[in-house]
Design a protein around this ligand. Sequence first.
Ligand code: ADP
Length: 305
Amino acid sequence: MKTIKIKSPGTVANLVCGFDILGLALNEPADWMELSLLDKPEVIIYNRDNYNLPTDPEKNVAGVVLLSIIEKMGEDIGFSLSVEKHIKPGSGIGSSAASAAGAAVAANQLLGNIFTNEELVQFAMNGEKLASGVKHADNIAPCIYGGVTLIRSIHPLDIVSIPAPDMFVTVVHPQIEIRTADARQILKQQVSLKDAIKQWGNIAGLVTGFMKGDYELIGRSLEDVIIEPVRSILIPGFEELKGKCKEAGALGGGISGSGPSVFMLSKNETIARDVESVMRDIYNRIGIKYNTYVTTINNKGIEIL
Ligand code: ADP
């Protein structure tokens, strides 16, 4: 039986000002997946963790992706998938994307690399549609490509890898539940021209900052006047957290994806660890359980082991 093992990384979508268009891959946490090729058109899923995700392929994002690949192939093939998840579902650090993109990349490897990265993103977006109701690629693209990615357009798909300097990422996941669908529903549908101008100034500044390795410009551009003011009310302690992390030396940061995780970028590990202490102090005081990660940008994306 042909079998393949992969490591599929967590991702931070939006990167504050780039709602639905920017994302980056993390070195930790990551999911482990093992995929085997079968000779019948079926998908069998085994969960090797305690998250109790559905094993019915139509209800599991990885299953939906594999079913769409079987349909596309139009042959008698199937897959057996074993998943050891470390990215908590609903954390806002791309748990569903890691499964969806991981399934697409592993299947492609088993089939002899017949699909392009763009096609893999298309397959994987079927999984995101199941998880959040909309096809979006701001977690999928960095998961597959690695590094920082821009999704300039979904129709037609246009993904651009953005070179970025070395940075540390500190993430806190307060253990509260925010459904991606709910976090989308509360957003305003209209934007004022004044806010739009600020936002596209920041996006251009952030991308330029990444490309020039200009940390100060990155820091100044990590500002969101459209989404964050609405969504941050769902995250206890958000304003204080952001302020104190910046006082501790973080370049800046904000909500990871649709939350509840919050991420901060830092120039070096010492600052990133100080930022982690600030996050811990705040959630210890508020009395909410949390996980933290201090990691770096993952430039490889999904790894075939
Ligand atoms: P995240 O940002 O962590 O990916 P989402 O809310 O976008 O969180 O997706 C998590 C939702 O998708 C949960 O409701 C979960 O039950 C569902 N889901 C289905 N299959 C998977 C899977 N293989 N991995 C993660 N989540 C899954």
